[in-house]
Design a protein around this ligand. Structure first.
Ligand code: NAG
Ligand code: NAG
Ligand code: NAG
Ligand code: NAG
Ligand code: NAG
Ligand code: NAG
Ligand code: NAG
Length: 664
């Protein structure tokens, strides 16, 4: 069993901007060969044989040469617009430069702009490999709205991913462009080695896309390259028309990859040079130190997973497993001073691994009815959910009755810490709040529609929205229902949720659906705009439920009263958000829009919105019995203290208000 420990690899990537491009890694950990050895000779024979390959193969070369243990495997891949001659010439150049720069490494990769060449002494055919990952950027800032640019970029990249993944075993490649604000155009390119299945291709590209916020934040130029795939975006057209594939020739059958798993060694690699293929404009020479990449010696994560192979998936689940002792040490034996919060699923602790990485550990209160295997399977599924607006699950730990979940640590506490605090809320101006609303919406669309699983959050609320350094929202606690509660049906006997945020059909009958999440989202939007908690607007005798307060003012034409008085921003945008919020909290679940259409409403001002019907006000007698059921959050120690001094608002005032606050 893997006893993983996280390894933090800090790689400094030198970005040298010159007109020609070459990026290479020589792997110093996977073995060296001696000059003039059999391996060396095989390698040379293999690489020089590329040019003799004359059959039409649309830019994908997978060849091997020699006998074990000196057998050499190589993959060459060209961009889909390259003709056979261009492709072979790019591969030939690559071979020459690798021979110069990686003179004795058994494994090496190079990624010039138009092709990729890699070789190894192990079989690399049909195997997903996402590390090493290199980034090339150019210091060219986005002009105009960064958000809109990023949104256009994200959409483009997601579309291209879908297109490329549909390619057959001859080519998995897509290019396309999208318009960004201020008449900018984004030219995008994505490609996988076509020996990967569609799913593995999608996985590789999604991972590459998820690096964009780290590599290329605020920039109009970015490249993320991995052994199995690469992406690029640029404001200049750098690719030509795609070479046509003969539609009549059947694609070659995908062969089963040989069953030798790649090595599991720690990989520290020499990055020789990274140069940016940027169109001829003079750019600033910059040195960028990036990629605080979490890597685990034993956590292989998604590398080399053959899909549809349950055994391998379970192996991966096990490889996400951490030692209880490791966590105990990291959290100072779950000391109170490390405690970040306490919720219905258990306490959350801040921890630091021996390598310095900061984590958040959720120690589940026991009594889960799941067996170990089910738990592992669920962890694996949830760990696969990766989106910039979701808190990432890094691993887990199972020991006796202990079940721990290890998450990335998100530094800036949760949203409620800011929006409900009279002084802190000033840090969130309208632009920020709008960005937060849309980020949450994007994360929810991913959970509901884009991820391979359909995840219903069931406990979306301000304290489950964590904020990163840049105040980008990250949804936490998703998938908890899978991890903790045994549920498969759309009906549950155990209600996980927070009163006030729960849709009426869920609170009363335990019926949950994506539409109950939409309800919670609507409540959250109204809280963000008003800076008021769902359970009460006003003071003393005049406490009113936020929904009824909003509805009353909206209908009465005094909608501006709903808005947090500290907010200065586009009234149109704010009113539109209130409108969307009201559509989400409608009593009739069918009338509520889906998260995807909500995102559309938030992004496109031309879309006309339907008129909202009266929201569901809560008058439910189960309120009190729900008080012991709520879910957890972390990062909210302060909030808890400030809330306990606020208990005086916990009165039932009129029938449209709630009789109990967030149960804690
Ligand atoms: C392989 O050779 C490189 C120098 O070319 C060296 O830095 C590295 O440590 C060697 N690796 C091993 C495992 O000997
Ligand atoms: C590749 O070379 C390394 C180092 O020499 C060796 O440990 C490993 O077993 C080799 N892999 C294969 C598949 O032969
Ligand atoms: C390798 O072989 C070549 C030609 O066969 C020879 O010129 C060279 O000196 C040899 N290098 C080493 C280090 O043995
Ligand atoms: C790729 O290489 C592997 C291993 O050498 C081989 O089994 C497979 O047939 C090759 N596939 C193609 C399409 O050449
Ligand atoms: C490959 O590159 C080498 C060195 O640049 C050159 O001498 C050789 O002619 C090239 N071969 C092909 C087939 O282009
Ligand atoms: C790009 O933006 C960063 C941060 O906003 C700034 O420091 C840098 O000077 C800008 N670079 C250019 C070339 O405008
Ligand atoms: C992405 O695909 C959707 C549906 O096919 C399309 O409506 C949209 O315009 C595409 N977006 C981009 C940026 O290409």
């Amino acid at each position: 069993m893997a006893t993983g420990s996280f390894r933090l690899i800090l790689c400094c990537v030198f970005v040298i901007i010159i007109s020609e491009s070459s990026a290479q890694t020589c792997d110093n950990e996977k073995g060296n060969f001696t000059i003039n050895s059999t391996y060396h000779k095989n390698l040379n024979t293999l690489l020089s044989s590329f040019s003799s390959y004359k059959h039409i193969n649309y830019g994908f070369y997978n060849i091997s040469y020699g006998e074990n243990p000196d057998k050499v495997y190589a993959i060459g891949l060209c961009r889909g617009d390259q003709t056979q001659d261009q492709c072979l010439s790019c591969l030939n150049d690559s071979r020459v430069s690798l021979a110069q720069n990686c003179p004795n490494q058994k494994e090496a990769i190079t990624w010039p702009g138009e092709c990729m060449l890699r070789y190894s002494n192990r079989s690399i055919f049909g195997v997903l490999e996402t590390r090493p990952e290199l980034w090339f950027v150019a210091s060219r800032n986005i002009t105009g709205s960064v958000d809109r640019f990023n949104e256009a970029l994200q959409n483009l990249m997601e579309n291209l991913t879908g297109e490329a993944a549909l390619g057959d075993s001859r080519r998995k490649y897509a290019t396309g462009d999208a318009s960004a604000p201020e008449f900018q155009t984004i030219y995008g390119y994505v490609q996988c080695t076509p020996d990967l299945s569609s799913n593995l291709c999608t996985r590789c590209l999604s991972e590459a896309i998820s690096s964009i916020p780290y590599c290329c934040k605020g920039l109009t130029v970015g490249n993320v390259v991995k052994p199995s795939c690469r992406i690029r975006f640029d404001p200049y057209l750098y690719y030509g028309p795609t070479v046509k594939i003969d539609p009549d020739a059947p694609p070659p059958l995908l062969q089963q990859p040989p069953s030798s798993p790649p090595g599991t060694s720690n990989t520290s690699r020499t990055i020789i040079a990274i140069t940016v293929p940027v169109a001829s404009v003079v750019l600033v020479l910059s040195l960028i130190c990036i990629c605080l990449r979490v890597r685990n010696a034993n956590i292989k994560r998604f590398e080399s997973i053959r899909e549809d192979d349950d055994k391998d998936e379970i192996t991966v689940a096990e490889s996400l497993q951490l030692n209880f002792d490791t966590i105990q040490v990291a959290t100072n034996d779950f000391s109170d001073s490390n405690k970040l919060g306490q919720g219905g699923f258990g306490a959350v602790y801040k921890g630091q691994l021996s390598n310095g990485q900061v984590i958040a550990v959720k120690r589940l209160s026991t009594e889960s009815c799941q067996g170990e295997m089910e738990f592992k399977n669920e962890v694996l599924l949830v760990a696969k959910l990766q989106h910039r607006n979701l808190v990432r699950l890094l691993g887990f730990c199972l020991e006796g009755k202990e079940r721990l979940l290890v998450y990335e640590f998100v530094p800036n506490k949760s949203l409620d810490y800011f929006i409900f605090n009279p002084t802190k809320k000033a840090q969130l101006d309208w632009e920020r709040r709008y960005q937060i609303i849309r980020g949450i919406a994007r994360g929810m669309v991913y959970l509901h529609e884009d991820s391979r699983l359909r995840i219903i959050h069931r406990d979306l609320k301000a304290s489950n929205i964590l904020l990163d350094e840049e105040m980008n929202p990250k949804i936490s606690d998703f998938g908890m229902a899978r991890l903790v509660v045994d549920q498969t049906q759309g009906n549950t006997s155990r209600i996980v949720g927070t009163y006030g945020y729960m849709a009426p059909e869920y609170a009363a009958f335990g019926q949950f659906s994506t539409k109950s999440d939409v309800f919670s989202f609507g409540v959250l939007v109204l809280e963000i705009i008003s800076g008021q908690k769902i359970n009460g607007v006003g003071h003393g005798e005049h406490v009113e439920n936020l929904l009824s307060f909003t509805w009353r003012n909206w209908r009465g034409g005094t909608a501006t009263k709903i808005v947090d008085p500290t907010l200065k921003g586009s009234q149109n945008e704010i009113m539109r958000c209130i409108h969307v919020g009201l559509l989400c909290v409608q009593e009739n679940a069918d009338a509520r829009p889906t998260m995807a259409s909500i995102l559309l409403m938030l992004n496109s001002y031309s879309l006309s919105l339907p008129r909202p019907l009266e929201p569901a006000f809560f008058m439910d007698s189960r309120t009190r019995s729900l008080s012991d059921i709520q879910s957890s959050e972390y990062n909210s120690r302060e909030i808890r203290t400030s809330e306990s001094t606020n208990k005086s608002t916990q009165e039932s005032v009129n029938e449209a208000s709630i009789t109990e606050l967030y149960p804690r």
